[in-house]
Design a protein around this ligand. Structure first.
Ligand SMILES: CC(C)(COP(=O)(O)OP(=O)(O)OC[C@H]1O[C@@H](n2cnc3c(N)ncnc32)[C@H](O)[C@@H]1OP(=O)(O)O)[C@@H](O)C(=O)NCCC(=O)NCCS
Length: 162
């Protein structure tokens, strides 16, 4: 994988990020969510995967509140350009993004996604099901980063996601 860099997004990347998301999801809803999360200040950290100078992947983490405390985070959207999918880039981006999470600050990471994909990174539907959320089982999954994290409670999501 020569010429591959994963770095934080910068404003100059926004158009390419929109393009990658729109192509990967075949709709504009996810890039609108990204825009709204940035605008509301609910976006946390966000990484781009650059291959040979071109942005081909993007991943965002955002704020979620657990019983009104901003102590957990959400992963998503994640998008890999359709021409570059199934080559391990999504996995690299997820592992890189998770490394940035501070377990004291964000004790659990949640996501809504494919149960055939995310368990390999440690996410589980069982963890997701411990919390009250608007999302269905088993697609709603969680990854506990901190053993001291509350074992239940109600999750509040940014408006952009509802
Ligand atoms: C999902 C996505 C981010 C994965 O990135 P990727 O670089 O293609 O994935 P990787 O190469 O790291 O991993 C490939 C694995 O992902 C699985 N995968 C990819 N897309 C999938 C999908 N839509 N449903 C289920 N599994 C999927 C593949 O089956 C493969 O599994 P395997 O290793 O058991 O064969 C990427 O395919 C994508 O952008 N898809 C469109 C947008 C999307 O669905 N985003 C996620 C929303 S939950």
């Amino acid at each position: 994988m020569s010429g591959l860099i994963i770095r934080h997004e910068i404003p100059a990347d926004y158009d390419s990020i929109t393009q990658v998301n729109d192509l990967a999801f075949e709709e504009t809803a996810q890039s609108r969510i990204i825009y709204e999360l940035r605008k509301s200040g609910e976006a946390l950290w966000s990484k781009v995967l650059v291959k040979d100078g071109e942005i081909i992947g993007h991943l965002l983490f955002y704020k979620i509140w657990l019983d009104d405390q901003p102590i957990v985070a959400g992963l998503g959207p994640i998008a890999i350009h359709p021409e570059h999918q199934h080559q391990g880039y999504g996995g690299q981006l997820i592992r890189d993004g998770l490394k940035e999470a501070d377990p004291e600050e964000h004790q659990i990471i949640f996501l809504l996604g494919h149960t055939s994909y995310y368990p390999r990174f440690g996410f589980s539907s069982e963890v997701g099901a411990q919390y009250v959320s608007p999302w269905p089982r088993p697609a709603f999954m969680g990854l506990k980063l901190n053993d001291a994290a509350p074992k239940g409670g109600t999750l509040t999501f940014p408006k952009a996601y509802l």
